[in-house]
Design a protein around this ligand. Structure first.
Ligand code: SF4
Length: 177
């Protein structure tokens, strides 16, 4: 039987976005994809299409010009997805924090799952971050695939049956009771 969960973990596609970085961290990401560090051994492909990506690698402290693009790319990625902040700039803003044209790290705008520190981050740290991201991606996939069950009667809104608010993921209902 075709098991999407298995293949998603074995072949995650990444989207790399520079949200105002000095290019130092971006070069390290590209080094990860070279034969020396061989990030592709985990099945990773660097794609330019957010609609086909599972992992969002972001560098840079988020400038005023890039913040809208950052949010737009994030929202275009399908669930489940993982965001990895690469470099101290993406984590906190680093030395550019609170400058006139810069924000304070990407988690002001989008949720971050993994923080990879360093200026610039080393390829080893980035690879560790991606491996951690794969574990989180697997966990999020399982969460999404938990079956739903009704815990109270469905209602009708303007004649349309509405079951969304009456459903809980299995395992969550104990806390509710
Ligand atoms: S963390 Fe350092 S190398 Fe990376 S984008 Fe910021 S200043 Fe450049």
């Amino acid at each position: 039987m075709f098991d999407l969960k298995k293949y998603r973990k074995k072949s995650p596609w990444i989207l790399h976005y520079n949200a105002g970085s000095c290019n130092g961290c971006d070069i390290e990401i590209l080094a990860c994809l070279s034969p020396k560090y061989d990030l592709e051994r985990f099945g990773v492909i660097n794609t330019g299409n957010p609609k086909q990506s599972d992992i969002f690698l972001v560098t840079g402290p988020v400038t005023f010009r890039t913040r809208e693009r950052l949010v737009e790319l994030y929202t275009q990625m399908p669930e489940p997805k993982v965001v990895i902040a690469v470099g101290s700039c993406a984590c906190t803003g680093c030395v550019f924090r609170d400058m006139y044209n810069v924000e304070v790290g990407i988690d002001r705008y989008i949720p971050v799952d993994v923080y990879v520190p360093g200026c610039a981050s080393s390829p080893e740290l980035i690879i560790d971050g991606v491996v951690k991201g794969l574990e989180i991606l697997e966990q999020k996939t399982k969460e999404m695939e938990k079956p739903f069950k009704l815990f109270k009667e469905a209602t009708t809104d303007d004649g349309i049956v509405n079951r969304r608010h009456s459903a809980l993921k299995v395992g969550e209902d104990d806390a509710k009771d």
